[in-house]
Design a protein around this ligand. Structure first.
Ligand code: BTN
Length: 270
């Protein structure tokens, strides 16, 4: 029997300054992102965490859907109100993906990595993903909602809709994972990194070290074009710097990456 998420127990386990100040746990919801965005627009303070055991309309990147069997994943959205410009909002997503990687290492001793821009992977199979939605007025961010879906005790064979090779923590670890322990570890790391960001720290170097994408040949689909080259680096705002065949270094802020090289015969799109 899967351990349920209990708001009071989670709050008791937390020692954070911002993240988790307010916390909602829903048995069933359309989308935690939709709820967190609605709360943001209604004036909720930053630090709100919306969790759900099941979603009926989970949102994925690029207009896709996100599926997870009830009670087996971590499905959540975090609300931030950072004093940043909209172009800098990816820094918040970087903090959250780093916090996921650190929590997975702490609880399961597994080295999850980040596939640019917002996938969490283990051995090149997708473990989770992040979807950030933001609101701004006059060049200033009103809110950033970071939605995270993480396959914890998911049997990925139960999700026929998956478009890419996927995995779960329990599959990789060989036993069930405590979702409350993982959640609390994640929220602690997210709070710690967010406070550091507010103090002027850049997540770039730590994030770059956690990326699986760099040094590899990539094909990047952006809203405007498809680029091919070697992923060389990322900048402070999380943009990918791709060296193309003509020697130019191209900066890509948003897109979908297909990895090539280093793993012959195993391309993956997630
Ligand atoms: C991706 O496409 O990889 C990002 C998926 C993000 C899914 C999560 S599940 C919790 C939160 N609520 C949503 O509706 N989407 C995000």
């Amino acid at each position: 029997m899967a351990q349920g998420l209990d708001a009071q127990a989670i709050r008791r386990g937390l020692d954070t300054r911002v993240v988790g100040r307010a916390l909602e746990v829903h048995a069933l919801i359309d989308s935690t992102n939709a709820r967190a965005v609605a709360q943001a627009r209604a004036g909720a303070p930053e630090g709100l965490v919306v969790l759900a055991e099941e979603q009926t309309a989970g949102r994925g990147r690029l207009g896709r859907r996100w599926y997870a069997p009830r009670g087996s994943a971590l499905l959540m959205s975090l609300l931030f109100r950072p004093p940043l410009a909209p172009m800098e909002a990816q820094r918040i997503t970087m903090v959250c993906s780093l916090a996921v990687v650190r929590a997975v290492m702490e609880v399961c001793e597994l080295e999850a990595r980040i596939k640019w821009p917002n996938d969490i992977v283990l051995a090149d199979a997708k473990l989770g993903g992040l979807l950030t939605e933001l609101g701004s007025t006059g060049g200033v961010l009103d809110y950033v909602v970071v939605g995270i879906g993480l396959n914890v005790n998911v049997d990925v064979a139960q999700i026929p809709e998956l478009m890419a090779p996927a995995t779960s923590l329990s599959a990789e670890w060989g036993r069930p994972v405590s979702r409350p322990d993982l959640l609390i570890a994640f929220l602690q790391h997210a709070d710690d990194l967010y406070l550091r960001l507010q103090g002027g720290w850049s997540p770039r170097v730590a994030w770059r070290d956690a990326l699986t994408t760099l040094g590899r040949e990539v094909v990047v689909g952006t809203p405007e074009e498809t680029l091919q080259g070697v992923a060389e680096d990322v900048d402070d705002d999380g943009a990918l710097l791709v060296r193309t065949g003509d020697g130019a270094l191209r900066r890509v802020m948003a897109g979908d990456v297909t990895l090539r090289g280093h793993y012959p015969g195993r391309d993956s799109t997630a």
